[in-house]
Design a protein around this ligand. Sequence first.
Ligand code: AMP
Length: 412
Amino acid sequence: MSFSALGLSPAVLLAASKKSYITPTPVQVAVIPAVLWGEDVLAQAATGSGKTAAYVLPLLHLMTTGSSKVLILVPTRELAVQVGDEIKGFLAALSKNNLTKPIKLATVFGGVAINPQMMQLRGGADVLVATPGRLLDLIDKNAVRPEFFNILVLDEADRLLDMGFAVELNRILALLPAKRQSLFFSATFPDEVNALATGILHMPTRVMIESTETTKPDILQRAIFVDAERRADVLAHLIKENEGQRVLVFVASKQGAEQLANQLYAKGINTAPFHGEFSQGRRNQVLAEFKSGSLQVVVATDLAGRGIDIDGLPFVVNYDLPRSPIDYTHRIGRTGRNGASGCAISFVTAATEAHFRLIESRTHIRLTREVIAGFEPQQTSAQAVPNPGGVKGVRMSKKDKLRAAAARAEKE
Ligand code: AMP
């Protein structure tokens, strides 16, 4: 199968080949024709499956051959930048060939000054990539006219349809034209999100890319049983064992990220924290250094769990376990991207054993608990002192939801 069989215009085909996209991925084969036909789409595809280009390429076709205007909503600034950059790459290739009318892209997100974004939006944009909070601010300032967008994309739709974004998303949906094409993409679609999506979409084409040998990311999953207070030592040991290899470590809180990064740094490991309290400039700098390899280890909150594409990242470590199985899937999806193989290691302690079992059962895996020589645990599950908050299940408590909403407001 080649891109030329999917109905894309010659100009868009040329742009794809300029970016060395020769063979479409399975999600692209399924989604591109549906988008060109004007259908709504509900697509579930794993991270790294090429889902961004699956909507960007046909939308470029629709924008360059007609008068479509596209709004792409994403949950985080990082994903906004990443999607914006992918579009920019295709637009550069398109404009070089002078085969189509120019397309104007704008990318907006919170946490940075709004004025330059308002300037950027003067005269409108053909394709706007936005986080929900900042989009609403821009609409309130009359810098964006939502009624002109006849195509809506939700990237990481499960997160945008989650409680935390409900109020913002509903406000945006009410301002968009009722007659529009909507495309929802996500790695995971839990039942309640599926129900919400079905209520918004009109007879959608459902695309589910089953994990096959060719599309399934090659991620070796491991679970290491260790005492909670020895995790930093085990981590330093593993990092030193895999000298020079980059490692993305996930922790539960900003304070945790700072603390662990300091501990590793003190052990002579080139480490930086990454969390929502950093300015956008600082976040970009950490990511750039990590991508270039000048930083070996990044200790991050779940802020880095989604969307971020670090080419060839070999290791992800769950120092603190993720709250939910969905977060687990997203976190480990940072490795094993683009056909590369990767390794995801989870630290399981006596107190978190039951929670990890829940993650295993929801993600249909069962991992052997490894013990690292020299770091044998003193505690067993039976002696476990439970977390102060108890073992958390998949559903967020009311308090957690409020906390998540507050964290998000801080980020936006
Ligand atoms: P995504 O799933 O959108 O995050 O894409 C994962 C990576 O695959 C990105 O780095 C894309 O640039 C790349 N990619 C997407 N589609 C193709 C394709 N058809 N051929 C080659 N690379 C691709």
